[in-house]
Design a protein around this ligand. Structure first.
Ligand code: SF4
Length: 66
């Protein structure tokens, strides 16, 4: 999460409210590093749709649980 790029539009929080929340002025990732396949899909959707390209998905940083 690049907090300097985030404009706080709320898009990621709408797509994945259990993974992102609004901090003081920007979104915060709260999903941790162990995610389900479904959560990883949602995180990727958030990254693709983020208007300021503030979310980068580093797949090697995640562990999977099905
Ligand atoms: S979608 Fe992008 S710009 Fe909008 S709140 Fe989430 S990280 Fe910030």
């Amino acid at each position: 999460m690049n907090t300097r790029r985030c404009i706080g539009c709320g898009g990621c929080m709408d797509i994945a409210p259990g993974l992102f929340r609004l901090g003081k002025a920007h979104s915060e990732y709260i999903g941790g590093s162990i995610v389900s396949d479904e959560d990883l899909r949602d995180i990727r959707i958030c990254a693709i749709t983020c208007p300021s390209r503030a979310i980068t998905v580093l797949v090697d940083a995640f562990s999977y649980c099905s």
